[in-house]
Design a protein around this ligand. Structure first.
Ligand code: 0O2
Length: 227
């Protein structure tokens, strides 16, 4: 009994250590409800992360290789939540946050091969506690700038002492090559502002095509090697 209570305390401390400083300050100002909401998102994010880690382990046991190269998680910062609400003309309240913002909890799953992306997504969506809210396939249909990834918004239940709550989590699944392009493109855009010179946009598009070709060739090798 003592051990269980201690474990709960350690678990809550671990969760709160993952909530960033801005979030905590905002939560303190807005009271316990806000703090709870951000903690729920953090719990949901961890649930989804764990689900992918379990899938990766099982796959590795059966196939002797890991379909997932790495997993990154992030909780949206309060300034970007508020900025998003304001940009869209929505009232800044806990209700609108929960109803309108789908990407407070984000999980990015970096896979080895393109086929692994779909395999991991399908395996997650087949789980009976996961509800699909939105599915955007930017791999089959890349964005005009060349961005590729598979985006899912899912609802996952978190089990609290007296209630079960369904929380939304944004999942981005991509290959190592897609992640490399997106991370570097993000840095260039972040440094230079949203609008890059036409030549830079064209060069990024060329790089995106190279990245796509690399994925296709690696996928061909995977099939030939039969792994
Ligand atoms: P961050 O910091 O990564 O979270 P919304 O999510 O509601 O704003 P939308 O258009 O429905 O709007 O979302 P979409 O297209 O599914 O993409 C959202 C996220 O995907 C972005 O989040 C990025 O992480 C990633 N993304 C989408 N397009 C691009 C792109 O062209 N380049 C890069 N590098 N990433 C992209 P945030 O909120 O912009 O940023």
């Amino acid at each position: 009994m003592f051990e269980a209570a201690n474990e709960d305390k350690m678990y809550m401390e671990m969760l709160m250590s993952n909530v960033n400083k801005d979030t905590l300050e905002w939560a303190q100002r807005r009271g316990m409800d806000a703090q709870c909401l951000m903690t729920y998102y953090n719990c949901a994010m961890r649930e989804v992360e764990t689900k992918f880690r379990v899938l990766d382990e099982e796959f590795s046991l059966l196939n002797d290789r890991n379909p997932i190269s790495s997993i990154k998680t992030r909780l949206k910062s309060v300034p970007s939540i508020v900025e998003k609400l304001e940009r869209r003309g929505w009232e800044v309240s806990l209700t609108t946050i929960e109803r309108e913002i789908n990407d407070i909890a984000g999980v990015r799953v970096i896979c080895s091969f393109t086929q692994d992306v779909y395999k991991m997504a399908d395996a997650l969506l087949a789980q009976d506690d996961i509800t699909l809210v939105a599915y955007k396939d930017y791999i089959k249909h890349p964005k005009p700038n060349g961005y590729r990834s598979l985006h899912l918004i899912v609802e996952v239940p978190i089990f609290l002492e007296k209630q079960k709550r369904k929380m939304k989590v944004e999942i981005q699944l991509r290959t190592i090559s897609m992640d490399c392009w997106a991370s570097l493109e993000h840095q260039l855009r972040y440094k230079k502002g949203k609008h890059l010179p036409e030549m830079t946009e064209q060069e990024l598009l060329t790089c995106a095509k190279l990245s796509m070709e690399l994925d296709e060739r690696m996928e061909k090798l995977r099939k030939e090697t039969n792994i």
